[in-house]
Design a protein around this ligand. Sequence first.
Ligand code: MSP
Length: 494
Amino acid sequence: MKNKFYITTPIYYVNDQPHIGHAYTTVIADVLARYYRQKLGDDNVYFLTGTDEHGVKVAESAAKQKITPQKFTDNISQQFKDAWQKLDIKYNDFIRTTEDRHQKIVVNILNQLKQTKTPQGNDVLYEADYQGLYCVGCEKFITEAELVDGQCPDHKRKPEKLVEKNWFFRLGDFLPAIKKAIEADQLIIYPPGRKKEVLGLINKQNMPDFSISRPVKSVAWGIDLPWDKEQKVYVWVDALSNYITALGYPDKELYQKFWPADIQLLALDILKFHALYWPAILMVLDIPLPKGLYIHGFFKINGQKMSKSLGNVVSPNDLVKQYGSEVTKYLILSQFSFGSESDIKINDFPAKYNADLVNGLGNLINRLTNMIEQYLDGDIGLTKKDLEKSLNISKFLSNINQEIEELNFKLALLKIWNIISTVNEEIDKNKPWELAKNNDQQKLKKLLQDWTKYLYNIAVSLQPFMPQTAEHILKILTAKQIKKPVKPLFPRIN
Ligand code: MSP
């Protein structure tokens, strides 16, 4: 029986402002964290997010703005925090790779890598020349085959030719063990299609070793390699380590309690790093692998990848301004199934809002509370205990919970909204206003009580997704006197 839950998002690059892609991952993490807090208690859940603040691109952008890289990262990191606050994201910790607490532990990790041998008895790290094409936009080397018209297809810029000394991580020696762990689902990679892809990558032999450091002259903004002052740590060891440095690896209580992570969320763009590099690093450190990597789909905007360089970025702040945090989360999560690729259709949001929130949930709350106020003087005759006893009415909640645990958020919301529609239809069908006119009090009260129980269940099921809405509904239903909300929860937009 699992009694703790540790969930992480990738730490986001600070060369981009927070956009709806980052928001999607973070919202999912928030939903799961809230769900497991209910199930396991607040103390047994840990939700980590943060920002990845080193690298060439950060130094470049800072220089352009004529500020120090630190100042630059302070600004953008704060923008991520602000965006998450506006979205009502309740994380336990926000790690920044420029923080001392992170860098100190990364240095320890590097020293361990340096001292350790691979299962085949080779040094894990070795020095060599690297030559290749490097895309500053991606912060990674790119192959000829990946280029379109001589340019990186994502950043529409020509890669640079590089020959330089790097320290390399001997990845190949770890692949057999990684393969075994993935095949046995000791390291779950979900959905199964992604697992297949990773195994395919491993089987393709010739998976190159990866650089863990680059010369200072190429990457001025980064952590010093402890044994070679001419080199700076290159992104992935620095970035991936955040998942354990934030917990205080190796000896802090948080680390002891929460590692290994239960769910590490990410999108396809960084699957290779998480499914191959990360396990290899953990194997050197001789600590458990995460239980699972959960890969969600990548949004496109009109068929193109969203990026600052392409100028098609959708900001979560704008959505929150228009719809509020609760509805924004609903709209984002109800659009896509976890794991599927998708084009975001922001233009559909107003219609969806009016249909689901205004006419669906909002209407149910208004008419039900209105009838209880009108016909029963606000006294539904159900205590809080009665309502609690009604929980999981017709297995409704356990059904939703199962969907959440399987990361089927769209389906979970669909099921909740099916119940909302059903209750709304029941009200239309039973015409309680006629029962009131005919003085059929008994039947009227029984029906209103049944619907109240359903609304109570709906609110509880919504807690992980729309916590404020859920709380609001629960407050209305458990008040001494049930009253129709003075202001509708979801005003219509045109
Ligand atoms: N800094 C690295 C990650 C290091 S983790 C140890 C990085 N940062 S990133 O800012 O590019 O974030 C990538 C992640 O943001 C994706 O894996 C995904 O979680 C989220 N998304 C960014 N753009 C996205 C979309 N267009 N669609 C969906 N999610 C996207 O990579």
